[in-house]
Write a protein that binds this ligand. Sequence first.
Ligand SMILES: [Zn+2]
Ligand SMILES: [Zn+2]
Length: 193
Amino acid sequence: MSSRQLEFFSGLVARLMPKRPAPAAPKGADDELTARCAELLAPLKCKELAARVRVCWNPRMRSTAGMAYPAKALIILNPRLREIGEGEVDRTLRHELAHLLAQHRAGRRRIPPHGDEWRRACADLGLAGEARCHTLPLPRRTLTRRHAYRCPACSAEVRRVRPFRRATACLTCCRKHNGGRYDERFRFVKLRL
Ligand SMILES: [Zn+2]
Ligand SMILES: [Zn+2]
């Protein structure tokens, strides 16, 4: 029986095909995402936090996806999330908002950053099984990535040093259309280089 896996496409990929023009990198305060946070908090009876929360983009962030500052009710996001996809923006937004919500509920009590309180807040914000990770899936070192694959749905390309040993699907599309579970429709297709 073959196993299956999901894979992010990394930021370094897709140098071989003509690319769509990159969206302008967002900068500064984001009213739309701030409003989305307030909406997410609305059913959770956190009016005070919903009124204070602010979301900003910081183009100087490197591989950190997002940060949360509970004292300021502030969420900072890395603009490169937009290059990865709107799904990643939303996921990171909820991850960071969960930090604010967990600390808001705990009041002055100190809580571990990714402990039970945070996991509960994630669940309340519709983020199940979130990993405790703030790092973008960007490559850190340059290796020869000789194996190339493409997602048949979104055309994202992946370059790999070693070939996939298992059936591997595009995580972005699986999240978007199949609740994050493996979906054969989004299985990466090997490209000839
Ligand atoms: Zn976190
Ligand atoms: Zn895809």
